[in-house]
Design a binder for this molecule. Sequence first.
Ligand code: C2E
Ligand code: CA
Length: 449
Amino acid sequence: MNQISKFFTLSSAPGELDLLTGLPNRQAFNRIVGSLLQEEHDGKQRAALLIDIDNLKMINCNFGYDAGDLFIALFADFLIESLGDRYYLFHMNSDAFMVVSPHTLEEDAVTTDIDTMLRRFQLPWDMGCESLYCTASLSLVYFPSFGKDLTELTANLYIANFMAKQGGKNKAVMYQQDMQHVAQTLLKRYQTEEMLRDAVKESCRGFELYYQPIYRAQTNKAEGAEALLRFRRRDGIVLMPDSFIELAEMTELIIPIGEYIIRQSAAFCKSMLDRGFADFFVSINISFCQLQKPGFVLMVLDILREAGVPNKNIVLEITERAAISNIDLIMNSCQELRDQGIRIALDDFGTGYSTLSLLHSLPVDIIKIAYSMASDLTNTPVFVRLMSQFAQALNLMLVVEGVEEGEQLRAVKALGNCYVQGYYYHPALPAGDFAAIMDKEGQKPCSRE
Ligand code: C2E
Ligand code: CA
């Protein structure tokens, strides 16, 4: 045990030590830094750093929580070694550490320490049987100038750390007065996260699934639907997924929410099959984080069996908003799902990370493209036509989304065998309205062949 942890082991009150790392915890931080803040400082500034591990959730998701704990312990050992007795070091919660200089330090010395840490974070971590990459984002606040009390100090550390993450992670950002506007964004994010957590605790209260019909272009018959998530707040306002899905993914709340989505979608599919819509399929959006979770495939199969829905009536749509960390794991999950008859769709094809190289690695049955993205500058749907030929050559089903106007629909129909989804037909509808609208339109029970 080195000097710094010895110091805290001796001086920390009961309940102030973190069992995993042996470091003082958040209570110790409040007591010790709280009293530092009350000392006379004669205008001299001390440095406080927040070190937030960038991808701990990725480690938990890919390798399990024991591996996550092992990584935190390794990370803490590195900080203890590297910072020596020049700083107090605290483990605040799973991925966050605080570092505080008890004495006034030269700015250059602090910068050198930060550079050393950032350089180390770029190297692999030896986890025994695996070695992996995981970085951290740092924020720096000089106090008491920018932290007169504990509340202000921690708030400013979190604001600057948020800037470091926004700036691409594995960075250090020093707090400056003009960053206050970020506080509003952070507060909103915090409130959304609390709202999602509360909803999950109450069996996903407030989450609702809407269903947008998917038509076969040639026949004008609805053959399936995409399940699209909404959140109804207590005040009745309905939130669209773009305002909370990314946060749900970052916080892993998408795991329990995703299970709820699959259950609801399976029940909806069963109700449509029972109404006589033979071969009706429901297409469910899945986040990569869900696919990486051990046991995901079994969970899906169990839900479908319980609901009495054949596997072939379910499509899982996968899309990626960030670079994929573990393509092998995802590939295996997709293959296992396909082996069981569940179809896989590559969503938002041609945008962002959802590209040809992803299609090359992943076993898929369907590609989805957005018409808005696909129509080119001259307004001739060259891209859609190419995609259609491409899908035919690979024997893939093509779904063109975002078709809003008759002219777009005619262009898509000219391509031959493909599926269409868009406001031209219907937006996403509450489950209760869906079947009623299908009946009203005279949609007859359909069969794919
Ligand atoms: P996405 O999967 O690309 O879904 C298509 C989005 O386009 C939906 O927005 C849909 O309402 C909208 N849309 C459909 N037809 C038209 C049209 O003709 N014109 C225009 N302008 N838009 C159209 P929505 O429901 O707001 O969903 C946004 C995104 O949120 C989805 O994009 C998907 O990435 C994500 N999402 C939605 N539901 C879920 C879910 O259950 N799980 C996960 N993981 N993500 C979801
Ligand atoms: Ca989708």
